[in-house]
Design a protein around this ligand. Structure first.
Ligand code: 3Y8
Ligand code: NAP
Length: 243
């Protein structure tokens, strides 16, 4: 009896949920945003309590297959899924989108390196990295444009303009936003996917310098780029043996 846990929180995960409608599947979110989008399959929201908590959940719920469709920068949940599925010998596949490629970008390995790559003199920087890592830029002299999913209780950085918006975003929208704020630099995670790509097209059109943060390295696992490949895997991954 196939019972699927879909670790979500991305556009691809939503498309995977659509493809699983009618099957015995559960969509899982961390509970990072105030009003997450609803899904066509039952949802659970909140952490599991580390890899052990996730393993307990998988056992208790009789999960037979896990699909990790979380964001490429959600490294901890992916590591936990890897450990929990190894411990229970459960099939796990990662639904992930290819990284973006572009000309003239400054590639950096992490947030601290992105902060260090910005100019010494005050610039106008679009920090399109969400809310969770802004403190790594707090010591810099720049003017910031911040785009967040939910309005923060207090301004997260000095000299910051806030845009409260949930993607997917459009090129025209990001061109207008970056032109209006006179952006000189853009800091982005190499998330891939279409939902956040618009800002890169806008940056190229406006000659804005892009600082691109490379993805964290994850343990090797079967991967797919499209829900159809995952459905194929589901029908071939033996539920009783690790795939
Ligand atoms: C809670 C689920 C869908 C999914 C939409 C995608 C596209 C829009 C682009 C910019 C970059 C950023 C951020 C972003 C994008 C999609 C996708 C994507 C980037 C939601 C969602 C959850 C989250 C969590 C949120 C993080 C933040 C990151 C904003 C839902 C809308 C910057 C990542 O305030 C916070 O705490 C926000 C936290 C993790 C990264 C950060 O460090 O702040 N996503 N985003 C998931 C959960 O609870 O498990 O609310 O419905 C999902 C989406 N965000 O259904 O179409 O698929 O990538 N999300 C990044 O890529 O750089 C915005 O502004 O240009
Ligand atoms: P993370 O750092 O990898 O995970 C931190 C902790 O959050 C995990 O250990 C787990 O808690 C919990 N968690 C994360 N994703 C979960 C999920 N889908 N279901 C249940 N618990 C989850 O993750 P993150 O970077 O904070 O991302 C959180 C969510 O936002 C994920 O769903 C991700 O797909 C989505 N998202 C993230 C980004 C990004 O830039 N990081 C962008 C877009 C969407 P326990 O240890 O207690 O189990």
């Amino acid at each position: 009896m196939t019972r699927i846990l879909l670790l979500g929180g991305t556009t691809e995960a939503r498309r995977m949920a659509d493809a699983l409608a009618g099957m015995d599947a559960i969509y899982s979110l961390a509970g990072r945003t105030a009003q997450p989008l609803s899904m066509p399959i039952p949802m659970r929201i909140g952490g599991f309590g580390g890899p052990e908590g996730l393993a307990d959940y998988l056992r208790r719920e009789g999960i037979t297959h896990v699909i990790d469709a979380t964001h490429p920068f959600a490294a901890r949940i992916s590591a936990n899924a890897h450990a929990a599925c190894d411990a229970l010998d459960l099939p796990l596949i990662r639904l992930i989108r290819p990284p973006w490629r572009g000309e003239g970008w400054l590639h950096v390995p992490d947030m601290a390196a992105a902060a260090a790559a910005l100019p010494r003199d005050p610039a106008r920087v679009f920090l399109a990295i969400g809310r969770m890592h802004l403190s790594e830029f707090a010591h810099l002299p720049h003017r910031w444009l911040l785009r967040l999913v939910d309005a923060p209780a207090a301004p997260p950085l000095p000299r910051a303009n806030l845009v409260i918006d949930r993607g997917p975003f459009t090129v025209d929208g990001d061109l207008d936003l970056m032109r209006r704020h006179g952006m000189t630099h853009l800091v982005a995670k190499n998330s891939g996917g279409a939902g956040a790509e618009a800002k890169l097209h806008a940056a190229r059109a406006l000659g804005v310098q892009v600082v691109m943060i490379d993805r964290p390295v994850l343990p090797p696992r079967p991967q797919a780029a499209h829900p159809a490949e995952v459905l194929d895997w589901l029908h071939h991954a033996p539920a009783d043996l690790g795939a």
